[in-house]
Design a binder for this molecule. Sequence first.
Ligand code: NAG
Ligand code: NAG
Ligand code: NAG
Ligand code: NAG
Ligand code: NAG
Ligand code: NAG
Ligand code: NAG
Ligand code: NAG
Ligand code: NAG
Ligand code: NAG
Length: 392
Amino acid sequence: MGNTRFILALMVVVLLPNFGVSFSMKSTINISSGQLALLALKARVNSDLLATNWSTATSICNWVGVTCGSRHHRVIALDLFGMNLSGTIPPDMGNLSFVAFLDIGNNSFHGSLPIELANLRRLKYLILSNNNFNGGIPSWLDSLSKLQNLSLNGNNFVGVIPSSLCFLSKLEFLKLNNNNLQGHIPVEIGNLRNLRFLYLHRNQLSGSIPSSVFSISSLLEIFLGENQLSGSIPSIPLKMSSLQTIYLSLNNLTGHISSDMFDRLPQLKKLGLSDNHLSNSIPMGLFNCRKLEILSFSYNDLEGTIPEEIGNLTMLKLLFLGGNNLKGEIPRQIGTLLNLDALGIERCHLIGPIPSIIGNLTLLKVLLFGENNLTGEIPQQIGNLTLLEILE
Ligand SMILES: *[C@@H]1O[C@H](CO)[C@@H](O)[C@H](O)[C@H]1NC(C)=O
Ligand SMILES: *[C@@H]1O[C@H](CO)[C@@H](O)[C@H](O)[C@H]1NC(C)=O
Ligand SMILES: *[C@@H]1O[C@H](CO)[C@@H](O)[C@H](O)[C@H]1NC(C)=O
Ligand SMILES: *[C@@H]1O[C@H](CO)[C@@H](O)[C@H](O)[C@H]1NC(C)=O
Ligand SMILES: *[C@@H]1O[C@H](CO)[C@@H](O)[C@H](O)[C@H]1NC(C)=O
Ligand SMILES: *[C@@H]1O[C@H](CO)[C@@H](O)[C@H](O)[C@H]1NC(C)=O
Ligand SMILES: *[C@@H]1O[C@H](CO)[C@@H](O)[C@H](O)[C@H]1NC(C)=O
Ligand SMILES: *[C@@H]1O[C@H](CO)[C@@H](O)[C@H](O)[C@H]1NC(C)=O
Ligand SMILES: CC(=O)N[C@H]1CO[C@H](CO)[C@@H](O)[C@@H]1O
Ligand SMILES: CC(=O)N[C@H]1CO[C@H](CO)[C@@H](O)[C@@H]1O
């Protein structure tokens, strides 16, 4: 009986198809190259968690943050987000060639990115947000042709945005905000035909906004604020039927706000243009954007009156027009904006009374109308505004 079982076992081994044997050898070799890469990372990182958990006594596929492919047991994802890791990225990480998802965001990694990472040809997500990486944004990132999500925000990257990034045609999410980037926004950015989120705010970018930005019809959100961009807001050549957010505040933009552009922004919900040098009057096309929730034109050089059509934008939650050269009276129609949380019309040249109908805006938390030439008393209806926190 014992003999029969032995012979059966032997048969199983002998009859195993060749590819099965070679597969297991391959996967062993590749597990160990993955293991070497991760051990190289562990050696460079200061972390009690990895010191205990990333033990060679267990398979790397059981290590915290590591996901292996179900068939080939190679590392396909590494998620070390917010694990309080400090250290640098070893070149060996470039050996994790099956990795499609790499997230080491919200840690304290520093140093520059080793060029070996260019070997990670399967990467779709590269998230390095909120660390202390420095040096330039590497131009070899264009090797990662499958990238969909590139998040380098919240580091100390310097230098220019390499135009080679604009070859990453699958990119949907590009987040470079909160760094020290300088120079122009590359005009090739218009090649990113699948881009949905473009976050370049809080850098030191200069020059004008390339009009190619507004030819990416897939865009949902554009954040270019808090830079040193100059020139005028480019015209919008085609319907941007997805675009919901445009944030250009705190730049050095000049010229007037084209009225036509609003015809091409049917989904616009948030528009931030404050703290620039934009001139002329409030564009009438704006009032076609009935979905607007946030509108900030404050601290520019706008002239003319506040059009009574403002009352058509009934979805508005935040309306900031202060710090301009606006004249005339506050239109009563403002009283129909029942969703308003904040209204700023301070530091203009407005005259006449404060309409008592403002007392109907019961959600108001912030109401700024100081430094105008308004006359009369503050209407007692303002007393209905029980949520008011700031009144100036
Ligand atoms: C490492 O962490 C993973 C995920 O939390 C856990 O399943 C595993 O048991 C841990 N291994 C060791 C050796 O602590
Ligand atoms: C983060 O790690 C450092 C050492 O690298 C340690 O001193 C600190 O207590 C850790 N913080 C948290 C919240 O775990
Ligand atoms: C891992 O990467 C390093 C540096 O890129 C390289 O020298 C080494 O040969 C690689 N090791 C394996 C096992 O692939
Ligand atoms: C990640 O870090 C950023 C910046 O420090 C912080 O605002 C954010 O809340 C963090 N996210 C998580 C989930 O901890
Ligand atoms: C890209 O990654 C960032 C950071 O993890 C995340 O906030 C964002 O939702 C991701 N976007 C997409 C489209 O996957
Ligand atoms: C803004 O532009 C004006 C004129 O174009 C220039 O004089 C000024 O230095 C610029 N300011 C900044 C902060 O770039
Ligand atoms: C207010 O009106 C006075 C008198 O008409 C004028 O001198 C002053 O410049 C005006 N102030 C503002 C802020 O418009
Ligand atoms: C403002 O509120 C008062 C009292 O609630 C109401 O009678 C009036 O119709 C409201 N006005 C508008 C324009 O909604
Ligand atoms: C021996 C073996 O199969 N090695 C493979 C490990 O994976 C790499 C890709 O990362 C292949 O190129 C090797 O052939
Ligand atoms: C559709 C709509 O509500 N249109 C209004 C826009 O604002 C003007 C001026 O207040 C009104 O006359 C329109 O009726």
